[in-house]
Design a protein around this ligand. Structure first.
Ligand SMILES: Nc1ncnc2c1ncn2[C@@H]1O[C@H](COP(=O)(O)OP(=O)(O)OP(=O)(O)O)[C@@H](O)[C@H]1O
Ligand SMILES: [Mg+2]
Length: 361
C-alpha cells in the first residue's frame, strides 16, 4: 500500500501527464483522440475536431459511435474487430479505412493506438492517432495501375518477339540447315568445302535450338489454353531435363480456382524467375515448387538446396546494380497485393515464400 506522500506524488504525476497530453493535443496538427474507456469519454485534438467537422457542428458529438458511424460500411467491421482484439490485449491496432469527411466525401485514413490497461488487464484508456493518408493511397493506386500496365505491355511485347523468333527466325534457320544438308550431299563440291558447310550446319542447328528455347521462355505456350498446372508440370520437366536439376512440383486446389490469364501469367513468371535463379546461381541438385490455394490465399514456395546467398549484401548490391529478377518478382507480388519473403544464407539454400490473396468472386 503506498504511503500518503507517495499517493500525492502519483497524483501530481498523473496531473502533469494529463496537462502534457492536453498541450500535445492542442498544438499537434495530427488527428489524435484520447478515449477514457470506462467513462466512455473522448477528447479530440483540435485538428481532429476540424477534420471530423465538429467545429462547424455538422450534427454530431465527439464519441466512438460518431467515429464508427462515419467509417465506410465496408470497413466498419474490420476496424472494430481489430479494435476489439486490441482492447483484449491480443494485438496492435493499425488500420487503413475510408472515412466520411465533413465535405461529404470518403477519404482514406490510418489509425494506430496505444492502450493503457489496469493490473487486471482491463483497458482504461486509449490514445489513437488518425492520419489522412488519402493522397498516399491514391499515389499507391496510381503506381499499381502503371505497374500493371507496364507488366501487361511487357507480356504483349514478349509474345510479339516470341512469335517473330518462332515463325520467322527459327523458320529461316531451319531452311538454311536444309540448304546446308543439300550442299553437303553435293559431291561436285570439294570435300573441304563440304566439311566447312557441315560445321556451319551444326552451328545453325545449335542456334535454332537456342532460338526455340528463347521463344518458349518468352511465351509459355499452354497458358492461353488455360492450363496453369499442366504448363508448369511441363516447364519443370523440361527444366530438370535440360539443366540436370531435379525439380519437384506439387500443387493443391489450384485447378479448382478459375484464375484469370493475368494471374496465371504472373504465377508462371514468378516460378520462371525463381527457377532461372536456381539454374544461374544456386548450384543446386534439387528444387521444389509448391503452389497451393487455401482459405482465400495462393501460396507459392520456391526452394532449392543450393549455395544460398547473403540477403543483406545482395540488397545493398542490387540497390545500384542491374539485377532485376528478385526486384521484378517482388514488384509483381506487390501488384497482386501479396507478400514475398526470402530466406537464404550461404550454404543453406534459398527459400522464397509468396502469399497472394485471392477471392473467387
Ligand atoms: N536461388 C538462389 N541461389 C543463390 N543465389 C541466388 C539465388 N537467387 C538469387 N541469388 C542471388 O541474388 C542475386 C540477385 O538475383 P536477381 O534475380 O535479382 O538478379 P540476377 O539473377 O543476378 O540477374 P537477372 O535476374 O536480372 O538476370 C543473384 O545475383 C544471386 O547472387
Ligand atoms: Mg535472376
Amino acid at each position: 500500500m503506498p504511503e500518503t506522500s507517495e499517493l500525492r506524488r502519483m497524483d501530481l504525476i498523473s496531473q502533469n501527464d494529463a496537462e502534457r497530453l492536453k498541450l500535445v493535443l492542442d498544438v499537434t496538427s495530427d488527428g489524435i483522440f484520447d478515449w477514457l474507456i470506462p467513462e466512455n469519454e473522448i477528447f479530440l485534438s483540435p485538428a481532429l475536431k476540424e477534420s471530423w467537422g465538429l467545429n462547424e457542428n455538422i450534427g454530431g458529438q465527439a464519441s466512438i459511435d460518431y467515429w464508427k458511424s462515419r467509417i465506410h460500411q465496408d470497413h466498419r467491421d474490420m476496424v472494430f474487430s481489430q479494435l476489439q482484439k486490441h482492447l483484449d490485449g491480443k494485438g496492435p491496432f493499425n488500420v487503413d479505412y475510408l472515412f466520411l469527411t465533413k465535405l461529404g466525401a470518403y477519404r482514406w485514413f490510418n489509425s494506430r493506438s496505444i492502450v493503457i490497461f489496469n493490473d487486471r488487464g482491463k483497458p482504461l484508456r486509449m490514445v489513437c492517432s488518425v492520419h489522412d493518408i488519402d493522397n498516399h493511397k491514391k499515389a499507391e493506386e496510381l503506381i499499381r495501375n502503371l505497374t500493371h500496365q507496364l507488366i501487361k505491355s511487357q507480356e504483349i511485347e514478349r509474345r510479339k518477339i516470341s512469335w517473330e523468333l518462332h515463325d520467322r527466325v527459327a523458320q529461316d534457320l531451319s531452311e538454311a540447315t536444309i540448304e546446308c544438308e543439300l550442299l553437303m550431299k553435293n559431291h561436285l563440291l570439294p570435300l573441304e568445302i563440304r566439311q566447312h558447310i557441315s560445321t556451319i550446319s551444326e552451328m545453325l542447328l545449335t542456334t535454332l535450338m537456342v532460338v526455340r528455347d528463347l521463344s518458349y521462355e518468352l511465351k509459355p505456350p499452354g497458358l492461353e489454353k488455360l492450363d496453369l498446372v499442366g504448363t508448369l508440370h511441363e516447364y519443370c520437366r523440361q527444366f530438370s531435363e535440360k539443366y540436370g536439376i531435379n525439380v519437384t512440383f506439387r500443387f493443391g486446389e489450384i485447378n479448382e480456382l478459375r484464375l484469370s490469364l493475368d494471374m496465371k501469367i504472373n504465377l508462371y513468371r514468378l516460378i520462371q524467375e525463381g527457377l532461372n535463379n536456381v539454374r544461374k546461381h544456386a548450384n543446386a541438385s534439387h528444387a521444389t515448387i509448391k503452389l497451393i490455394s487455401s482459405s482465400g490465399t495462393i501460396s507459392l514456395l520456391i526452394k532449392d538446396n543450393g549455395v544460398g546467398f547473403n540477403l543483406k549484401k545482395q540488397e545493398a548490391r542490387s540497390a545500384n546494380g542491374t539485377n532485376m529478377g528478385l526486384k521484378n518478382m517482388s514488384e509483381r507480388v506487390r501488384l497482386l497485393q501479396g507478400k514475398m519473403d526470402i530466406q537464404s544464407a550461404p550454404g543453406k539454400g534459398t527459400k522464397i515464400l509468396i502469399e497472394i490473396p485471392y477471392s473467387k468472386g
